[in-house]
Design a protein around this ligand. Structure first.
Ligand SMILES: [Zn+2]
Length: 393
């Protein structure tokens, strides 16, 4: 019943009865119960069909707030949504890597709660990159954030706020965000590719996240595309991430400039090469800078190799590109698209629609809120008696 109201909006008892196949009396009594518990509320009367105007039940936004936190390499973003999935507000801070990582996340959440005067928090979802154990909310290994190992993230944050904490890989959280708030609302089979400082893949099959046998499914960034390439944080050589992520693109530009290659990028950052980001390189490439253009072309070719592998493997209907690098638009997309035609099989390539996420930098944090929301709305294991037509006795 809750899920019907969640999907359809304000609903009358006859509508819920028809959709669930349950007895009308049961529907009425359960909805009243949910109303008493604060999960639904009664709304103004619906359109009359001749007789008495029906009472409508809708989710009660006062029930509580779900918080989503996206711990990125440079920024930590926290957002709050109500149970209707409406965004209440957000808070962004700079990420503190290393031992203070969790403390930094806790401070961001505290700032959010104070700013929005949130009194009833239902839970916290956390998204970050690394090898994670979502069931034990444990960060098993995350080299990017300062070589973190076996960090009980969920336990520490949970003890601080006294609410359930859920943990998910950031690319998977982004996929969940697209399913709940974005371009995949009507799609049950799609992929979400995070092109950012790292590269990740969220796989949704039949409406469910695919995590693999040990939570490693979707490590697109660690597919080797250049065996003779530089060393990756994972210990391997020439992974897609070390060849074509936002961080790799920035590093390649910095290295070339350090070696004295002429480029307008030097002037763009006023000689402070450490300030060059992938955004700088994309802007310079757009303006016709030769070095920037070459770096982007090369990265785009590797990205096309990775995307072609994904397209050939999954034969997806939709791929959503997200993350900072996807915001660069045509300057990176045009060469990727051109090279995809070379690297991907014609049949799956002709079938797939590749789109850019419209949720920008908040996607990961919004996706993390669904870790909380989905727990509230998932079936609670109510067992119906066998043999009867769904009637509860
Ligand atoms: Zn790697």
């Amino acid at each position: 019943m809750l899920n019907f109201i969640r999907r359809m909006g304000p609903s009358s008892v006859p509508q819920v009865t028809a959709a669930t196949g349950l007895d009308r009396k049961v529907v009425t009594s359960v909805l009243r119960q949910l109303d008493r518990e604060g999960l639904v509320r009664q709304k103004e009367l619906g359109a009359s069909t001749g007789g008495r105007r029906p009472r409508l039940f809708e989710l009660d936004p006062q029930f509580g707030i779900a918080v989503g936190v996206d711990i990125g390499l440079t920024h930590t973003r926290a957002v709050a949504v109500n149970i209707k999935g409406e965004l209440i507000g957000g808070q962004t801070t700079e990420t503190v890597t290393g031992e203070r990582l969790i403390e930094g996340a806790i401070e961001t959440i505290e700032m959010l709660l104070t700013k929005l005067r949130i009194t009833r928090m239902l839970g916290i979802g956390v998204a970050m990159a690394g090898l994670l154990d979502p069931e034990r909310t444990l960060v098993i290994f995350s080299p990017k954030f300062g070589n973190l190992k076996n960090l009980p993230l969920g336990k520490i944050i949970g003890e601080r706020f006294g609410v359930p904490v859920y943990l998910e890989d950031n690319a998977r959280a982004m996929a969940l965000g697209e399913k709940e708030f974005g371009l995949a609302r009507e799609t049950d089979n799609f992929l979400c590719v995070n092109l950012a400082t790292g590269i990740g893949l969220g796989i949704v099959i039949n409406g469910q996240l695919y995590r693999g046998a040990s939570n490693c499914a979707g490590e697109l960034g660690h597919i080797v595309v250049e065996p003779a390439g530089p060393r990756c944080v994972c210990g391997n050589y020439g992974c897609l991430e070390v060849m074509a992520s936002g961080l790799a693109i920035a590093r390649q530009a910095q290295d070339a400039l350090q070696q004295g290659v002429a480029s307008s990028m030097r002037e763009m950052v006023k000689g402070r090469l450490e300030n060059i980001t992938a955004k700088t390189v994309c802007q310079a490439a757009k303006a016709g800078d030769k070095l920037a253009f070459t770096i982007i072309e090369k990265a785009a070719d590797y990205l096309a190799v990775g995307l072609a592998a994904v397209i050939n493997l999954f034969n997806p209907e939709v791929i959503i590109l997200a993350g900072g690098l996807s915001l660069a638009g045509d300057v990176i997309w045009e060469p990727i698209n051109r090279r995809l035609k070379v690297h991907a099989l014609e049949m799956p390539l002709s079938k797939v629609t590749i789109v850019f996420s419209e949720l920008g930098e908040l996607l990961g944090a919004l996706g993390a809120t669904t870790l909380v929301l989905n727990r509230i709305f998932e079936p609670t294991g109510l067992v119906l008696p066998k043999g009867e037509k769904g009637e509860i006795v």
